[in-house]
Design a protein around this ligand. Structure first.
Ligand code: SAM
Ligand code: SF4
Length: 330
């Protein structure tokens, strides 16, 4: 699949549920209204949709959410998609998780063929963790990380950079994750979804500043390591580990965007930062053969926009995009 700007679409991110067992303050309001179950695709339908994309040349699938591992029976979806790893049609099957259920599922994921997981963790302080996630338990996530490492999964820690909240912990996060052999990626907070507070502007920390600060304590050497994602990586000479930065607001990464995003209702977003979307649930359910679905996918890819226009400034404190990150899965 090639879009109108010549970009090869080889990466599909799938939000398998909009639900979550955490309520991270930058992601969700405390009293979220979730989708009625009837609107959500069944796991079989999700598998059929993903399979259609794999047939069209998608090489990398990432399951996300909401929290992908809280969806009932989600392992049956992973097992089904694992077949495409075995056949070689798919190069990578992976997930982004808050880690709360990893202790339970890490070994099974590894057995299915998952090699890497992204685990979101913004702080190493249990009280702050509880505050940030509202409902999360840091110990439980730590047990998840232990289980994932025992199962042989490579881990990348994602930390959203929040001014005045975790910026004083960056050095500790770097030493801790690299000490455990995990990559660390800092993410700039994105203006998505009403989150029930006008704190967005206060939370926003440009990563260019964070990086300059980190560079005072560590030697950052440019690295051409890529994971197919938008992160820019550095080697930290003092720890030998890898440190990435995802900077949607200060650095426009759209030129190399190779991805599209599917929600759990079968809506395909061609860009995280734009509202235009294509319904694939109708075409999926219209027929048992995939012909109509394939046509809908082709038409959607032909509409992939050139880029996003996120902006956080004093005139724009509301969300640039009204849907929450848990809908399109980050
Ligand atoms: N629940 C899983 C998790 O937390 O990893 C997967 C879904 S979560 C929406 C995916 C990623 O998006 C997480 O790393 C989270 O920190 C990040 N995220 C959520 N809201 C964000 C926002 N407003 N700006 C930047 N990143 C955000
Ligand atoms: Fe849940 Fe992930 Fe959003 Fe936190 S960032 S509320 S864990 S979906």
């Amino acid at each position: 699949m090639i879009d109108p700007f010549g970009r090869h679409i080889s990466y599909l991110r799938v939000s398998v549920t909009d639900r979550c067992d955490f309520r991270c303050v930058y992601c969700m309001a405390e009293d979220m209204t979730f989708l009625p179950k009837a609107e959500v695709l069944s796991l079989e339908e999700l598998e059929r949709l993903c399979t259609a994309f794999v047939r069209r040349g998608v090489k990398k699938l990432r399951m996300t959410g909401g929290e992908p591992l809280v969806r009932k029976n989600v392992m049956s979806l992973f097992r089904g998609l694992g077949r495409h790893l075995e056949s070689g049609a798919l190069e990578e099957l992976t997930l982004t998780t808050n880690g709360s259920q990893l202790a339970k599922y890490a070994q099974e994921l590894a057995d299915i063929g998952v090699r890497r997981v992204n685990v979101s963790m913004d702080t190493l302080d249990p009280d702050k963790f509880r505050e940030l996630t509202r409902w999360g338990d840091l110990d439980q996530v730590m047990r998840g990380l232990d289980a994932a490492q025992r199962a042989g999964l490579a881990i990348k820690i994602n930390a959203v950079a929040l001014r005045g909240v975790n910026d004083m912990e960056f050095e500790r996060l770097i030493r801790w994750s690299h000490g455990r052999g995990m990559d660390l990626v800092f993410i700039e907070v994105m203006p998505m979804g009403e989150i029930g507070e006008s704190a967005r502007l206060d939370q926003y920390l440009p990563l260019s500043l964070a990086r300059a600060d980190i560079a005072k304590k560590f030697t950052l050497t440019d690295s051409d390591y890529r994971t197919g994602g938008p992160a820019r990586y550095f080697k930290v000479e003092e720890t030998g580990g890898r440190l990435g930065f995802i900077t949607p607001l200060t650095h426009n990464f759209c030129e190399s965007c190779n991805r599209v995003r599917l929600t759990c209702t079968g809506t395909l977003y061609m860009c995280l930062g734009q509202e235009d979307a294509a319904d694939l649930r109708g075409p999926l359910r219209a027929s048992e053969s995939d012909e109509i679905l394939d046509q809908a996918i082709t038409a959607a890819i032909a509409r992939k926009p050139k880029g996003h226009d996120f902006i956080i400034d004093r005139r724009h404190t509301g969300p640039a995009v009204p849907r929450h990150m848990s809908v399109t899965g980050g």
